[in-house]
Design a protein around this ligand. Structure first.
Ligand SMILES: [Zn+2]
Length: 239
């Protein structure tokens, strides 16, 4: 297959995903609750994904003016959920709205993260995707970036695949990298933390608030997962 043929397939997949938005909006509204990935309707082959929209409720994450990270993370997460459901994945979220996973402010971040981990473990997914946005003191930095847990070989492959499509669909020139993240580390499931962009950069801050751009980020994550799954399957013994 030539590069151009491959590119056409990618764009037709993307167009299909974007065109399904209306149908999927209905699907998304039918079920707002966490559904176990091990439901009877799920097929054995469909990969399971838990998406973690970073922060929520009392914990806004990064802020710039009246733009708060937790809201953009959730928007991207809901777009990604729609696209993945349409593509046949089983999907669960750690949160479906603007709330933290703790009742009392004094129990703080650690308890919230432990509950997110419990949701991930209950669902036993094949992949975890954590969605965040960055903010720096300087306004000059921009670009989405995919991170894996330190020393996670499969995670790094997935991060590279997602980064490939982030570079394809957005202006980012960044490369996949690694970090130390509680959910990726403790769950020990192949996963990726996507920093969708920088709220501290004015142009990117505008883009990150637009549904069309949020869907581009989501499509990049989906195609990255798709590519990773395909390559893994090809490389696994017996194939
Ligand atoms: Zn964050």
């Amino acid at each position: 297959m030539t590069n151009e043929q491959a590119r056409k397939i990618i764009y037709s997949k993307l167009a299909a995903a974007l065109g399904l938005a209306l149908v999927l909006a209905i699907v998304a509204n039918i079920s707002k609750k966490t559904m176990p990935l091990t439901s009877e309707t799920a097929t054995v082959l469909a990969p399971g994904v838990v998406i973690d929209a970073g922060h929520g409720g009392y914990d806004g994450g990064a802020e710039w003016g009246n733009v708060v990270e937790k809201n953009i993370n959730l928007d991207i997460t809901l777009h990604l959920r729609e696209i993945l459901l349409a593509a046949g994945y089983r999907v669960a979220l750690t949160r479906y709205g603007d709330y933290s996973l703790i009742e009392h402010a004094q129990t703080k971040k650690r308890e919230d993260m432990a509950r997110r981990l419990a949701i991930i473990e209950q669902n036993a997914p094949d992949f975890i995707i954590c969605i965040h946005c960055n903010a720096m003191a300087s306004t000059r930095w921009s670009g989405g970036q995919a991170f894996c847990q330190q020393d996670a070989e499969q995670g790094l492959e997935l991060a590279k695949d997602i980064q490939h499509f982030l570079r394809e669909f957005t202006a980012t020139t960044r490369f996949a990298s690694s970090l130390n993240h509680y959910l990726l580390r403790e769950s020990n499931i192949t996963g990726c933390l996507v920093e969708a962009g920088f709220l501290s950069n004015s142009a990117e801050r505008e883009l990150l608030q637009q549904a069309s751009y949020q869907r581009r980020i989501a499509a990049a994550v989906w195609l990255g997962l798709d590519k990773y799954s395909h390559d893994e399957h090809e490389n696994s013994p017996g194939n």
